[in-house]
Design a protein around this ligand. Sequence first.
Ligand code: PLP
Length: 385
Amino acid sequence: MIFLDAAATTPVRREVLDAMWPYLTGEFGNPSSHHSLGEAAAAALADAHAAVASVLGCRAGEVTFTSGGTEADNLAVKGIALARQASDPQLNRVVVSAIEHPAVEESARYLERFHGFAVDVVPVDATGLVTPEALAAVLGPETALVSVMYANNEVGTVQPIADLAALARAHGIPFHTDAVQAAGWLPLDVKGLGVDALSISGHKLGAPKGCGVLYVRGRTRIEPLVHGGGQERGRRSGTENVAGAVGLATALTLAQRDQAGLEERVAGLRDGFVGAVLDGVPGAVLTGHPTKRLPSVASFCFPGTSGESVLLELERQGVVCSSGSACAAGSDAPSTVLTALGIPAEVAQTAVRFSFASSVSAADLEAAAQAVLAAVASVRTLGRA
Ligand code: PLP
């Protein structure tokens, strides 16, 4: 099987599992306990905070471990917006881009439904980019928070985060970015990016599902969503997932260590794959930005097919990929990301996303490109559009 769905999830890396193992077995203490087992767990958790902070270029106290990317996004969007509204009731608008992951989009809608916020949606251009001009047009004195994702999970477009964050900062508005897809591929230095909050998910990086991180800049006020024993400096109560935190920290550290040359290598392989598909499949369209994109994502529309039929055919040929985000898989509705790019609904329904792990090989992508040519031709011949 050639697995080209790494944007959905990745297997746990051996080194990550090895690092986690002690905290699932012999060193099983609760970090809040005041005996030696508890102290060992607390020390491992503190090391995990420090390791993540070193990758992000921030202080350990600015790192909060969560149950994943979804929780990190919820905490950032709801937590910061609610804290700002509490300090000034006029701050009752949140800005999100038109192509956010549901974890951000639905958090904003929750604020609208239950907390009197209005949601301002920044449009994207046909390549999926949010321009500083488009963002400037929706910022106002009532804006409590801006959230724009670093890299999109369906089309791979990478946003000019430093420019967008600088604009928000000039207005005194906190800026959050969902870096779940960017982590492992793009720089995560939060000072260079100029962001106030940034979300990461472990399972996209070779750590297990169910662990994530939210970075929150020291001065930024944030209301916790989960109340209880005050763990994670009161930002996220609940007995900590020590092994998960250690695993995520290890995965992030390894990804940073391996990052030199990775983007170039994988982008080169991706370009070869994209070229082969565009040359070999009449009418195929690459979605997203032609150059400002993740090295790891190539997504297409194949007019005259249905994305789901192409997926099934590809799987029969041993290539596993996705029709869009894993969250929307199986749904008949056209992708809101693709329609936000101006792609007509009937074309959006023909979308197929290929996403690569850092270990992807030229041989795999050459074989996959041949499989795509055959699969699309077969679906078109059989009229399974
Ligand atoms: N944000 C983006 C951009 C994602 O791609 C995903 C997962 O696909 C998430 C958030 C959610 O992360 P998790 O699966 O850890 O909840």
